[in-house]
Design a protein around this ligand. Structure first.
Ligand SMILES: [Zn+2]
Length: 710
């Protein structure tokens, strides 16, 4: 769903693949088992922190990631239906199995079912009905193709855009934290200057590939990928009923239009500064910017209430889109819209469509060898479309009150550590420190699940059309966001579903959010001592908290307004420290192919959060041990000191095998660094780590010019 708001999370944004990789399933978790085997149909065991996996033939001071992960990495190759496999992946399988049990139980056509069960159960039944979907063929798509074919003038395009946006509003998970909706994105979102207001927001969009680089870059690999995309377009048009020659020409038209839009987009580094996207316009100015789009018609069709003003993230993009709308004939736009409909609907249609979509978006772009089994694709689709209906049963099953209580305790301990850290740093003046403390105290902690569940009663879900159900729930979400315009902000709302294995900081709401899905092993273990929990979920909590004070988050105040509360001198001091981080992380990435380089300016916020998060979790552990009459250098279970266990648990929580195609995708589009850097760069900046393993100056894990912000 397109949520036009900065949201800073902890895991690789591979969730972008919900739409970008076409399969409508995250390309992550997996079952190690062959399809149909026993392991596939039972809830698998979870990974647990295990010090026996440490490779003691290696030196922790040379490459800590290898030391902590080597044995695990060797024993856990990437299954064919995955693009990466990490210690968190068995949790993904486990979560999917828990959801599946609920979905299956709800799908029995029992008159005693409640309204929530009816929706999730029938959604599941329709998605799993492969023979019904096959028998229907292209029929569910035909009305959409007919609508487009019937357009008689460019004037009519506006209404069709509104219609397409209902069905395909785009995904906020987009690699650049932007929409991939057809033409452009539209939604309600908090105003940057007054976070108490919800205003209309217009964002660049229109692409089908993961980001603008895929259309623009001229290196061999990029040229080859675009060639394969063209072949894919052609095959999809043929599958949708076109003759070869027409399909070939249509593929060229789509590439031309999408490339022109890509060129006009603001790049993902520039978008990291909220000032660059905070462009306020009146309705009159928008009309003037893009006269070819009839805004009165559009706004009425999407049921958008009147907005105080409109935020246009990238006026240049809209200027170019206007030029294209004027210059290009209606027939070309019909081709573009036909492609958008076929492409977005493909994962919910026949096997031929699903397979071809998989072949390009998951196999070619991400290296995935096989699709996820159907049941896992349906589980994930249900979570995406009806997440807060399905999530209620997940919480009942997987998130007991004791887990919530212990998480809250850790969050409070880490917030105290941040408070002490702000007070003690020497580079900030008292005036800025005071403001930082106000912001810290204003953060609301949201743990596990929302206090009020979303009401899906207006969404019509039936057992007989999977695509219809997806369209219904997309339209519901799109209109729900648009309807917020002009209404008070709801701070209690979540933008991740309860089973999600991720967490986020929302700078405009000033909240940290930890879904129940990540509060499970190996990130959070009820039976483990504090050193293991602080090393894994504690660092995640510290990471989210730090986002309020990273290069992007620090620009928002306690109320979520984009307001500079820093003295000029403190801001300069901050930027110097941030530059140390971005320089450190600008590095070659051999895992992603020759010549691929990570841009530290793209990852600076996430890297700052990783480095700050681990410090905060470490200090909180130290304080927790003190209250138990213990110290960091006491021996814990298994003969390792608590200090060592903290770092070993941190390393373990990130062990990941990643396909090179995905490594490349992450490096070029994702603001998070690859797992190896999230371990090795972070620990090499910490004297606390050197002390844990006796590392000396000159060794690789002891950085000569260590960086430190928080
Ligand atoms: Zn993050």
């Amino acid at each position: 769903m397109f949520i036009p708001r900065v949201k800073l999370c902890v895991l690789l944004l591979l969730t972008l693949s919900v739409t970008v990789l076409g399969q409508n399933a995250l390309p992550n978790a997996i079952s190690n088992a062959a399809p149909g085997s026993a392991a596939e149909t039972t809830v698998l065991k979870l990974e647990h922190f295990d010090p026996n996996l440490i490779d003691q033939s290696l030196s922790p001071c040379d490459d800590f990631y290898k030391y902590a992960c080597n044995k695990w990495l060797t024993a856990n190759p990437i299954p064919a239906d995955q693009v990466y496999w990490s210690t968190g992946s068995s949790l993904e399988v486990w979560n999917d199995n828990v959801l599946r049990e609920t979905l299956e139980a709800s799908s029995k056509n029992d008159p005693a079912r409640g309204p929530v069960q009816q929706k999730i159960g029938d959604y599941w039944a329709a998605c799993m009905d492969e023979s019904g979907i096959e028998a229907a063929g292209l029929k569910p798509l035909q009305p959409e193709l007919d609508r487009i074919a019937a357009l008689k003038s460019k004037k009519e395009i506006t209404l069709e855009i509104a219609h397409l946006h209902h069905m395909f509003p785009g995904a906020w998970e987009g690699s650049d934290n932007q929409t991939n909706a057809p033409f452009f994105g539209f939604s309600g979102g908090q105003d940057y200057d007054d976070a108490s207001k919800v205003v209309a927001q217009l964002d660049q969009g229109g692409l089908s590939l993961p980001n603008r680089d895929y259309y623009i870059k001229t290196d061999d690999k990029s040229v080859e990928t675009l060639k394969k995309y063209r072949a894919h377009l052609q095959k999809m048009f043929v599958l949708a009923g076109e003759a070869e020659a027409q399909a070939s020409s249509d593929a060229g038209t789509v590439i031309e239009l999408e490339t022109a839009m890509a060129k006009a987009q603001m790049d993902n580094i520039k978008r990291r500064d909220p000032k660059n996207i905070n462009n306020k316009m009146s309705l009159a100015q928008i009309r003037e910017l893009t006269p070819s789009i009839e805004w009165d018609v559009y706004l009425k069709a999407v049921k958008a209430p009147a907005s105080d003003h409109y935020i246009v993230s990238s006026p240049d993009f809209f200027r170019t889109e206007e030029k294209l709308l004027v210059e290009r004939p209606l027939e070309q736009w019909k081709t573009y819209m036909r492609w958008q409909v076929i492409h977005r609907a493909a994962p919910h249609l026949t096997k031929a469509m699903v397979d071809e979509d998989f072949d390009f978006f998951a196999h070619t772009l991400a290296g995935q060898e096989q699709p996820l089994p159907r049941w896992r694709r349906c589980t994930r689709a249900a979570d995406r479309d009806l997440g807060e209906a399905l999530g209620q049963a997940y919480v009942d099953r997987a998130f007991p009150p004791e887990s919530k209580a212990r998480t809250i305790e850790m969050v409070h301990a880490i917030e105290r550590a941040m408070h002490d850290d702000v007070e003690s740093v020497t580079w900030m003046t008292p005036a800025t420190k005071e403001q930082a403390i106000v912001k810290l105290k204003g953060i609301e902690d949201k743990i596990g699940y929302p206090s009020h569940w979303r009401d899906y009663s207006s969404v019509k879900i039936t057992r007989d059309s999977y695509l219809g159900n997806v369209e219904q729930s997309s339209a519901f979400e799109f209109e729900r966001w648009a309807a917020k315009i002009g209404k008070p902000v709801d701070r209690g709302e979540w933008t991740m579903t309860p089973p999600t294995i991720n967490a986020y900081y929302d700078p405009q709401l000033n909240t940290i959010n930890f879904p129940a899905g990540i509060l499970q092993p190996p990130y959070f273990e009820k039976g483990m001592d504090d050193s293991v929990n602080y090393g894994a979920i504690g660092v995640v909590i510290g990471h989210e908290l730090t986002h309020g004070f990273d290069d992007e988050g620090r620009k928002f105040d306690a109320q979520g307004n984009l307001r500079d509360w820093w003295t000029a001198e403190d801001a300069k001091q901050y930027d110097e420290r941030g530059k140390c981080i971005s320089d450190e992380y600008t590095q070659e990435v051999s895992d992603a192919g020759p010549g691929v380089k990570q841009n530290g300016m793209l990852t600076q916020g996430e890297d700052t959060a990783d480095n700050g998060g681990i410090h905060l979790a470490f200090f909180a552990l130290e304080a927790a041990l003190k209250t138990q009459g213990k110290s960091l250098d006491d021996k814990g279970p298994d003969g390792w000191t608590y200090r060592q266990r903290f770092f070993l648990s941190y390393g373990y929580s990130w062990c990941s095998n990643i396909r090179p195609e995905v490594a490349r995708l992450i490096v070029t589009t994702d603001p998070h660094s690859l797992p190896i850097f999230r371990i090795d760069n972070v620990v090499s900046n910490m004297s606390e780590f050197a002390q844990a393993f006796g590392c000396k100056t000159g060794q690789k894990m002891v950085r000569a010019n260590a960086c430190r912000v928080w």
